[in-house]
Design a protein around this ligand. Sequence first.
Ligand code: G3I
Length: 354
Amino acid sequence: MASLDRREFLLGAAATVAAGTSASAETSKLLGRCPGYGAAATLWDLQADPRLGEAISKYCTQVVPVLELKWPMLRPDPHTFAFERADAILDFARANDLTMRGHTLAWYHDIPDWTKQIKDAKTAERTFVDHITTVVSYYKDKLTSWDVVNEPIPDNPRKVSDRRDSYWSSMLGERWIPLAFRTAAAADPFVKLAINEYDIESAKDSFIAKRAAFRNLIQDLLDQGVPLHAVGLQSHLHAELEIDKDGLAAFVAELRSWGLEVLVTELDVDDQKLPGDAAQRDAIVAKCVDDLLRAITSSGPLNSILTWGISDRYSWINGTFKRPDKQPNRPLPLDGSFQPKPFMDVIAKFAKAA
Ligand code: G3I
């Protein structure tokens, strides 16, 4: 084995597995942790199935809570900050020598009913600023980065200046986005602050339009001197859609030329429209991921690649993109039995190249 270098071995392994043989066990032994690779998890699933924690500890160097840092769980009522569940995931991370990132402080979705009852802008703003200040201060020096604003661009924008309507934009106007970043930076001047978006990676017109509007918003924020440090590409891919390799590569290169870091924050692949054969599906899914990561790394390394889950057993894709043949989806690097698939080989290839 000594003669083969790692990269050659991994590429060889990916090809072998794609051809449906059982190289995975050998790959996993050698793969070990992938620098900068991480996965999302809920406390429920971590507590319900120890294999999940073991897999994250085996392959990952970071973790992100799926639900526990969002308003509904953190803020059951106006007077409460329920940090316990997110703290439990932080304890898991620390116990396994993993870092943790935060998701998400300001989003059009997941706004508790008690918040939407607030009808005057002054109270809405105080609630918004108080939430971000309290949460970011509580996790000061504990997290690597925050998705400060999540999904600010509507699907199918008609013009580059389009922004997604939300309770926050209706109460605070367009300034809700700069306010979120300035408030987070005031609470923790050292944590990396990111803006996070989905459906901007593929070569479909609506995705290209969304990417153009996202670019316009980012440029606008930088022009205003807003403390924005990173851009999160969620990368919830749809396997039937070609990755816009050139468009995405150019977008990422431009973001980097503006001094921004690029993060892959929620990678998974909806395989709803793929043929039934599992090995064939896994090979197509791995190719999609390879196309994505190749485009993003064409102008520099990726220091952070997170998948939205790690095993097919625990994925929102199963409930959202059900397959017509009723077969379980295969959207993530590990299958339902926590065995690595070609997807994990691709992650390892790019993680180790960082
Ligand atoms: O726990 C409650 C349960 O008590 C209740 O019976 C059930 C029925 O309403 O809801 C359960 O909570 C659900 C929770 O997932 C746990 O399954 C929430 O309704 C549901 O909204 C929540 O969905 C999450 C969604 O974000 C909203 O927070 C998904 O799991 C999670 O995968 C998804 O993640 C988002 C990212 O944050 C942003 N990007 C897209 C990504 C996928 O949609």
